[in-house]
Ligand binder design. Structure first.
Ligand SMILES: Cc1ncc(COP(=O)(O)O)c(C=O)c1O
Length: 473
């Protein structure tokens, strides 16, 4: 579902009040199990709870907005991916959400970690991740970032350009070391949710094109380098992918490339990285395949293509991010204002403004991502009304949940809970409008642990070196 927009539709799309996929709920208080973390409930008095902690307790302890990670849910998902895909290696995509404590959970569960910057690498190392289990991504890694990776001894650097090969060779020579690498390739497959384009043009910033021949050239160059150990190739085809069909084309194209490389050099590369992008349910309409079905399907696809190209089964790695941290996270906001807006044709939409917004979750504004929401602090007997949960920023596109049925009696002071909010929300947060970024707490067995504290105005002012003439209240 995309909303083509520059300054139009997202500000006022009064064409149809509700999307087709959104149906009026029989019970507006119901928590659909495919959306909420396993530890989320509605208590007998109507208050929601996560891992045994009531939302009003969370709000009074740490305030709102706040992101709550159901720790047991996160860890269970990490385990499920690890065990179901074994013997393939599972690297958690750190860009989706990463803190020192999260690194500790992953390390304890034996997952690998994929980082995409020197900053993420620093958190991974400080959190205690075994460097050998880190994959280092990035389309424009600086010399300093590469140096950090090499000195730390990361298990694999995923090379994204010819310039990076040059930079890496120079650094390896200087440091007297050898880098283990994968070449990131573009397969021409572009996948989003259940749709994919198998002949997508290659007009994008990531990787070496297979079609254009740059991938094979880059691989041969690394193969002949004294300072680089080429382990294989890597492809990442998109996000919110619900089944294996797009991977089928990606596997065919990557394994054909490995076969071509073997023909050219006599060497069969041992590793294939298939990336991440496995989808989750953000709304009741989303229906991602179970992990077991994905694992079985992907393994069959790779085995089939290997047979077809006369290759032995490579080591394979995957990089799920949102599939592990997304469903484990819930955002909690406090309602500040409620405004019915006439949208024509006798229809109206309820605008429910909360104390967060695009600064803590940019995804709806950035790519029209859909979310769900529910009234978190009580059960309501009122009728469901079509609502839009918006933030507090000076932007018409500052939308958190574009379309949802909320009870007619939602009022200032109520808590709104947004499920499946653990991925790419706090990780992509900004300080737009000088708003401080919210905390992230982990909930487990009735206890809260702060992973990231709330940012303060002092944190922000520390960066501003201008003269202070006025007096701060
Ligand atoms: C190279 C790579 N791997 C893995 C991921 C993780 O994707 P997801 O969180 O959708 O699984 C991404 C996301 O952009 C990525 O670029």
């Amino acid at each position: 579902m995309t909303h083509m927009h520059v300054a139009g539709a997202i500000h006022a799309d009064a064409v149809s009040p509700a999307p087709i996929w959104l149906t009026r709920p029989d019970d507006v208080n119901e928590l659909s199990p495919n959306l909420w973390s396993t530890g989320t409930r509605r208590e007998p008095d109507g208050m929601m709870s996560i891992a045994g902690i009531r939302l009003d307790d969370i709000a009074s302890q740490v305030g709102t907005p706040v992101y709550v990670i159901d720790k047991d849910d996160f860890v269970a998902r990490a385990r499920t991916w690890r065990d179901t895909f074994a013997p393939w290696e599972v690297y958690y995509a750190g860009k989706s959400f990463l803190t020192l404590e999260v690194v500790r959970w992953l390390e304890a569960e034996g997952l690998g970690l994929d980082v995409a910057s020197g900053g993420e690498l620093t958190v991974a190392l400080l959190g205690g991740m075994d460097p050998a289990r880190i994959g280092f991504h990035g389309n424009n890694k600086s010399t300093e970032e590469l140096r950090l990776g090499l000195q730390a001894g990361v298990g694999c650097i995923i090379i994204d350009s010819a310039d990076e090969i040059t930079r890496l060779e120079r650094l390896c020579r200087e440091l007297g070391t050898t880098a283990k690498v994968l070449i990131r390739v573009t397969t021409g497959v572009e996948a989003h949710t259940h749709e994919y384009i198998a002949t997508a043009h290659e007009d994008q910033k990531f990787g070496f094109s297979i079609l254009g021949g740059q991938a094979l050239v880059g691989m041969v160059r690394c193969f002949h380098s004294q300072h680089i150990e080429l382990r294989g190739i890597h492809s990442h085809i998109g996000s919110q992918i619900f089944d294996t069909s797009a991977f089928e084309v990606a596997a065919l194209r990557t394994l054909r490339l490995i076969a071509q490389f073997k023909e050219a050099t006599g060497v069969e590369l041992p590793h294939l990285g298939l990336g991440g992008g496995f989808g989750i349910a953000y709304t009741k309409a989303d229906d991602p395949a179970p992990v077991a079905a994905l694992a079985q399907g992907l393994k069959e696809i790779v085995a089939h293509e290997c047979r077809a190209f006369g290759l032995s089964m490579p080591e394979v790695s995957i990089e799920p991010g949102r599939a592990i941290c997304g469903p484990a996270g819930t955002a909690i906001y406090t309602v500040g204002t409620v405004k019915p807006v006439e949208i024509g044709g006798g229809q109206s939409r309820r605008y429910v403004a909360v104390d967060g917004g695009m600064s803590d979750n940019i995804r709806p504004a950035l790519y029209a991502a859909e979310y769900s929401a529910t009234l978190g602090n009580r059960r309501s007997a009122a009728d469901p009304v079509l609502s839009r949960v918006v933030g507090k920023h000076c932007e018409g596109g500052d939308i958190l949940v574009r379309d949802e049925f909320l009870p007619d009696d939602v009022q200032p002071g109520d808590l709104i809970a947004v499920p499946a909010a653990g991925a790419y929300s706090r990780a992509m947060a900004s300080n737009y409008n000088m708003v401080t970024r919210p905390p992230v707490v982990a909930a487990s067995h009735g206890r809260l642990q702060t992973l990231l504290r709330r940012e303060t105005m002092d944190d922000l002012l520390r960066l501003d070196l201008g003269e202070r003439e006025g007096i701060r209240e």
